[in-house]
Design a protein around this ligand. Structure first.
Ligand code: HEM
Length: 393
């Protein structure tokens, strides 16, 4: 039988997409899903080339497959992840003036304080949910701190972010609740920007208002859409990276031993390669493209599968092995080319700090994935909950 790949298959694909990815790579490197209207690329060379070829593999219709979210309006809510150069270049350059490596590096001590607060509260109980109690609140707190979201709105923002990404099993569209959640989030950011117009603070929202004011200022709409993109792109991804790291260390005791001996940065990188939290990215073709003997028509939607590319045996030796000693530099979990993840340094910082802080305090742990649940989203891979018991040091 021919290969079938439905990213909404919440039982098969959510539980383990890798057998399907392997078949796609070997048997159908240019795969067509007629019902959902997309092509899929899974080989490392093809995914990489597409990421780097914004002229033919365009982002103008946004990164989301669902018909309600796909189209030229996507940028209104999702900013420059839904633009091509040169518009993308302008926005990303301006935003990068505020979202600087220095600003990110300066967050480390603050991230550590936040991480300790969540970890210590959880450890006191001995039994807790790694996702709900540590991995989910941490990135929201960090981005909120960075952006300038007031303390009292943070939990609400997290709830709205979850609602926006959640898809009920069996549905292929954003829910009404999800659409309302996006509008509410945008409302929160509009309030913050309006407030910073009156009074600047030491936060990203203020810095964005001051980015290139003399030559080419960002408009309020552009800033609001960018802040919304940051929350959408930076929360769930990092949460699931942290959850996936614990899960795979638990499944592989020898690798876990290496991680607990201080190889936390390698633990983060190999987890990203082995089981990326962001397994699908979408593009729209601007012209006909010929690939592996198949003609993909102009206007066609192409799903790039970095999760499949990360296990391509053409690039990675023994790709199905989780191994902290391997070279992960070719992994595509943060994309490549013009849209390469703007938050990569922040994601790495958050994951490293929280894992370091946990390793320091946890002598032994056990997970109960059967009592947990997987996240149901074609854009996010990981756990919605992961019950855990620990023995503290
Ligand atoms: C494990 C964590 C993360 C993963 C796996 C991840 C993955 C990605 C990927 C694959 C892209 C490229 C999308 C495309 O090509 O269409 C991307 C873009 C982006 N990411 Fe991340 N991300 C993570 C964390 C973050 C964080 C923490 C932030 C910010 C706080 C962030 C902000 C962004 C932004 C703004 C873009 C758009 C860049 C552009 O279009 O130029 N990400 N991310």
């Amino acid at each position: 039988m021919g290969v079938e790949f439905n990213p909404y298959d919440f039982h098969g694909v959510d539980a383990d997409p890798y057998p399907a990815y392997a078949r796609l790579r070997e048997e159908a490197p240019v795969y067509r899903n007629e019902e959902l209207g997309f092509w899929a690329l899974s080989r490392h060379a093809d995914v990489l080339a597409a990421f780097r070829d914004a002229a033919r593999f365009s982002s103008v219709n946004g990164p989301l497959l669902e018909q309600r979210s796909w189209g030229p309006e996507a940028r209104k809510a999702l900013s420059f992840i839904a633009m091509d150069p040169p518009e993308h270049t302008r926005m990303r350059r301006l935003v990068s003036r505020a979202f600087t490596p220095r600003r990110i590096a300066e967050l480390e001590s603050g991230v550590r304080v936040i991480a300790r607060r969540h970890i210590e509260a959880a450890l006191e109980r001995g039994e807790f949910d790694l996702v709900a109690d540590i991995a989910a609140p941490l990135p929201t707190d960090v981005i909120s701190e960075l952006v300038g979201v007031p303390e009292e709105s943070r939990a609400e923002l997290r709830r709205l972010g979850d609602a926006a990404l959640h898809r009920e099993p069996g549905t292929h569209e954003i829910s009404q609740e999800g659409a309302t959640a996006i509008l509410e989030m945008v409302g929160h950011f509009a309030e913050i920007v309006a407030d910073r117009h009156r009074r600047r603070r030491d936060d990203l929202a203020s810095a964005l208002l001051d980015a290139a004011v003399d030559e080419d200022p960002l408009t309020d709409e552009e800033i609001i859409a960018f802040l919304h993109l940051l929350v959408g792109a930076g929360n769930e991804t990092t949460t699931n990276l942290i959850g996936n790291a614990w899960y795979w260390a638990w499944r592989h005791p020898a690798q876990r031993a290496k991680a607990f001996e201080g190889r936390v940065a390698d633990w983060v990188e190999e987890t990203q390669r082995y089981d990326t939290a962001a397994p699908t990215q979408l593009r729209t073709l601007t012209e006909d493209v010929e690939l592996h003997g198949t003609r993909l028509p102009s206007g066609g939607r192409v799903m790039l599968l970095p999760g499949a590319a990360n296990r391509d045996p053409r690039v990675f030796e023994r790709p199905e092995e989780y191994d902290l000693d391997r070279d992960t530099s070719e992994m595509l979990s943060f994309g490549s080319g013009p849209h390469f993840c703007l938050g990569a340094a922040l994601a790495r910082l958050e994951a490293r700090v929280v894992l370091e802080e946990m390793v320091e305090r946890v002598a032994d742990f056990d997970l109960d994935p059967s009592a947990g649940a997987r996240r149901h989203s074609i854009y996010i891979r990981g756990f919605a909950s992961l019950p855990m018991t620990v023995t503290a040091r």
